[in-house]
Design a protein around this ligand. Structure first.
Ligand code: SIN
Length: 277
């Protein structure tokens, strides 16, 4: 079967149709990186990857990283696969999964460069809700009026785990190992290849040196701008679907789903090599 690529929106998203044999090759891994550069988020319907196959593909794209760790009760045989579920029999810290229902990028508060790409397979689709949305922070930057770009360049933002889970957990209930994870970053990320993106997400707490209300209002407005329909797309999961996105140029979030929705996703992550500058 040939690889078929169908653009979802000019700013973000493509559906890629291919069979597993074509997918699991070094040649396709290289093509996938090009497609990622072009479309930011890729969805592969019904690919049906096993954990081992997903890990093998992850390794073809770069170094694998698991900054969250396998959830308690997760599959010990697949240590670098993070199971995303609200099922308390599998995940004893579901509050961090609830945090994924708000726009975010992965790994922004840790001290290592943010992951290059996130890979997600649907093992069990939710009975209701639980779609994943992606928005392009490249497009969000590029479409801003020049005058506004000039105002935003040079601003710096404090990102923290406390801010990331603000909507789901009071600060004193955050696991102490994560409570103080915070990192200052520029609001406008100039990538090594010269492209720029807005670095946003629910972990973006405040703009440094700006009064709190104005700073949070600015961030809220930029989130609305970045998530507008022209810059975003949504995937409704079916069993066996697979997605990959450029974590350095996109935000993502899961639409709400309930504890007993049955939703179970397996995530792997490709390490990033680029400091945010
Ligand atoms: C994630 O936030 O890494 C996963 C998003 C999802 O569960 O749809």
């Amino acid at each position: 079967m040939e690889v078929q690529v169908e653009t979802i929106k000019p700013a973000i998203g493509a559906v890629v149709r291919c069979d597993k044999e074509a997918f699991l090759t070094e040649e396709f891994a290289e093509r996938c990186l090009e497609l990622l550069e072009q479309h930011t988020a890729l969805v592969f319907p019904q690919l049906g990857l096993t954990d081992e196959e997903q890990l093998a593909f992850t390794d073809m794209l770069g170094d694998r990283v698991n900054f969250t760790g396998t959830v308690p009760g997760g599959d010990e045989a697949a240590q670098d696969v993070y199971t995303i579920t609200l099922d308390k029999n599998v995940n004893t810290e579901p509050e961090y999964v609830l945090g994924s229902m708000f726009w975010h990028a992965d790994g922004i508060c840790s001290d290592i460069p943010p992951p290059k790409a996130t890979l997600l397979s649907c093992f069990n689709p939710p009975n209701k809700g639980g779609q994943t949305e992606f928005c392009s922070t490249y497009a969000a930057w590029e479409a801003l009026p020049e005058e506004e770009k000039a105002e935003l360049e040079g601003l710096r933002v404090m990102h923290s785990v406390t801010a990331a889970v603000r909507e789901v957990l009071p600060p004193d209930q955050i696991n102490p190992s994560r409570r103080y994870m915070r990192h200052e970053h520029p609001l406008v990320w100039t990538h090594r290849n010269g492209r720029k993106s807005l670095l946003l997400g629910c972990h973006a707490d405040y703009v440094i040196g700006m009064p709190l209300a104005q700073s949070r209002a600015l961030l809220a407005r930029l989130h609305e701008w970045a998530a507008q329909p022209d810059f975003s797309c949504r995937h409704t999961w079916q069993k066996g679907d697979f997605a990959i996105w450029d974590n350095t140029g996109a935000l993502h979030r899961a639409l709400p789903y309930s504890d007993d929705s049955g939703r179970r996703m397996h995530r792997t992550t490709v390490a990033g090599y680029e400091e945010i500058a």
